[in-house]
Design a protein around this ligand. Sequence first.
Ligand code: COS
Length: 382
Amino acid sequence: MPVDFSLTEEQKELQKLARRFAREQIAPIAAEYDAREEVPWGVVEKLHEVGLLNAIVPEEYGGMGLGMLEEVIIGEELAWGCMGIYTIPMASDLGITPLLLAGTHEQKERFLRKITQKPALAAFALSEPGNGSDAAALRTRAVRQGDHYVLNGTKTWISNGGEAEWVVVFATVNPEARHKGVIAIVVEKGTPGFTAHKLHGKMGQRASGTYELVFEDCRVPVENLLGQEGDGFKIAMRTLDKTRIPVAAGSVGVARRALEEAARYAKEREAFGRPIAEFQAIQFKLAEMLMGIETARAYTYYAAWLVDTAQPHAHAAAIAKAYASEMAFAAANQAIQIHGGYGYMREYPVEKLLRDVKLNQIYEGTNEIQRLIIARHILGQF
Ligand code: COS
């Protein structure tokens, strides 16, 4: 099959739509919601209105049925406007993916419809206060009592956790069994015994809500279980193998913004009698930023293509996520350097890019975990 890098007309239209949305609806309010540490619900409503929210949900359940390539095209654009705001729809897709992977038709009909017929979000709850990287060590207990599971435990760092209509919660029926005891179960907002507490004081991505979720004798119907008892860990891993790719796409969007801001500033700012853009010290930084953006985007598209063509993609998702998030952090850092003292001030947008994109190296599996996945892939081959 020949290599083809062209986008379809439909993909180009989506890109245009998302680009305009980011420019008109996200970028102008990003700094304000960052300062207020508040979710811009109006943006969520508008994303729903134009079809960019929960767009990976298949059409039969009210979504657009978009593939991974479309998702990353949109992700780059929205994150250009604000990575924190992009995390809201991105984390909703993270909550949706276990349903797509392991849900029955009835479960999809019940839960996906709820978030496509109105502006609403999903969430994914795996991490706990005592364990993040070692996902199989989770401690939230699920005890079967008749036709319910009773949940007890605490989840943390859950994006959208307080806004979501429902959350896919990973719990264990037998902690000694490690990953073999894990279940994935959908818990609806308002279920007695389930409370969400907003976490304050984040360095960046402050426009996305991050929560601690507490389960106290929370009774969840057995029909909300995804797959079978013991399937939960693999559902979580297979989900993350997909959803790390949009994190890479968001990183590319942040880096592109950093480059644009830096290039514009370098042409305006003068030193030693001429625009600093005329100095090679600045030109080389800009060139390196573009080298990083182009390579990260190309690889992110490749990882998305692997998903869309149903090929093994776990290692590619890990490479894309780690590479793009580190590239974007470096690009944001260079953009600040090019701005000099102004870059360090809130008045200019570049310090926020660095604060926001730092999280891309941490969430959906730290970049150390990505390296572990990549190393296992290498060692499994030779
Ligand atoms: N897809 C499908 N199955 C997978 C898998 C994947 N990507 N990765 C592992 N598995 C399976 C293994 O094949 C094994 O199955 P069997 O028992 O049938 O042999 C099982 O899951 C356990 O795998 P393993 O022993 O490799 O698990 P580890 O405890 O070593 O954990 C890592 C693997 C570290 C990769 C995992 O814990 C992880 O991804 N951690 C990061 C979690 C994370 O990203 N958190 C962010 C939350 S969202 S903000």
